[in-house]
Design a protein around this ligand. Structure first.
Ligand SMILES: [Zn+2]
Length: 290
């Protein structure tokens, strides 16, 4: 069975929970599982390069047989080897095909060309989408709330505020109904003009400002969408939200709500701690559905 030369077409960026496709490749793995590759899928896989949003839960269905998907990861192939979750290149790199690997315990009955229906668990997806939309909103609110702690010109976000989120982020984890973002404030951020010493005494003020912004945005019920030029897994996508001062975009590979009206409230909590000669800022974001 040859390896695919083109990306899996993905429909989850549009919010799809079901899709139909055919098996293009089956890869037996060392742990006894099988990676099932389809030409097209609604299943969101985790991207090990930046594992912010975890994989969907759900199943593949062929005829009257169900194949529970135990995990789904981004795979990459240059035509000779399939890297399952350990691609040596960034998703989207020229000359490589990026594929959704649906991991199943038992692939008996599946073969190249078998038509397969994909069914994604709706409750988990919805909660992850709410968490991811809230995560992006919170990052924009945090950038604005920290704006006057910058003493030098620095790259800005889609709303024109110094992009603390982009410059300081270490990891982002999307949860069901929220997110946890970790930021590192070290020497290099201070050199770029961030007044780190002022953060601790002003943490409550920053939290209040971010919360106020979030409440205002959620109240508008603005549209949220994913903008993309092509349907391949490796093609660039951007999250887009209509906020009162205009639309804002952030590069994003995950899933999202369709409207801020699906949220009742987004709240943030900021924790500051010393961490190996630097400051660690953790932002806990909670999204309450409407
Ligand atoms: Zn994102």
């Amino acid at each position: 069975m040859s390896l695919p030369s083109i990306d899996t077409a993905v429909t989850y960026p549009d919010g799809d929970l079901t899709s139909t496709g055919v098996v293009v490749h089956l890869e037996p793995l060392a742990d006894g599982r099988t990676a099932v590759l389809l030409d097209r899928t609604a299943f969101h896989p985790v991207d090990p390069v930046w594992p912010d949003q975890p994989a969907d839960g759900g199943e593949l269905v062929s005829g009257d047989r169900s194949y529970p998907v135990v995990d789904a990861v981004v795979g990459a192939t240059d035509g000779s080897v399939l890297h399952v979750g350990d691609a040596p290149v960034r998703t989207g790199t020229e000359g490589w095909a990026f594929v959704v690997c649906h991991l199943v315990d038992d692939a008996t009955g599946l073969a190249e060309g078998t038509p397969v229906a994909v069914r994604v668990g709706a409750a988990r997806r919805e909660a992850l989408s709410a968490g991811h939309t809230a995560c992006h909103l919170a990052s924009l609110a945090l950038n604005e709330a920290l704006a006057d702690l910058w003493t030098k010109e620095i790259s800005v976000d889609g709303r024109g505020n110094p992009n603390f989120d982009q410059l300081a982020i270490v990891s982002s984890r999307i949860l069901e109904g929220g997110s946890v973002d970790e930021y590192r404030i070290g020497k290099s951020l201070r050199k770029k003009g961030f007044a780190a010493a002022e953060l601790a005494p002003r943490l409550d003020e920053v939290t209040a400002r971010a919360s106020e912004l979030l409440a205002g945005w959620v109240a508008t019920g603005g549209a949220v969408s994913i903008v993309r030029e092509a349907s391949g897994l490796g093609d660039r996508r951007r999250w887009r939200a209509e906020l009162p001062e205009g639309a804002v975009e952030i590069p994003c590979g995950g899933t999202h709500l369709h409207s801020l009206g699906e949220l009742a409230r987004v709240t943030v909590r900021l924790d500051l701690a010393e961490a190996e000669g630097a400051l660690g800022l953790t932002m806990h974001t909670t999204a309450e559905p409407a």
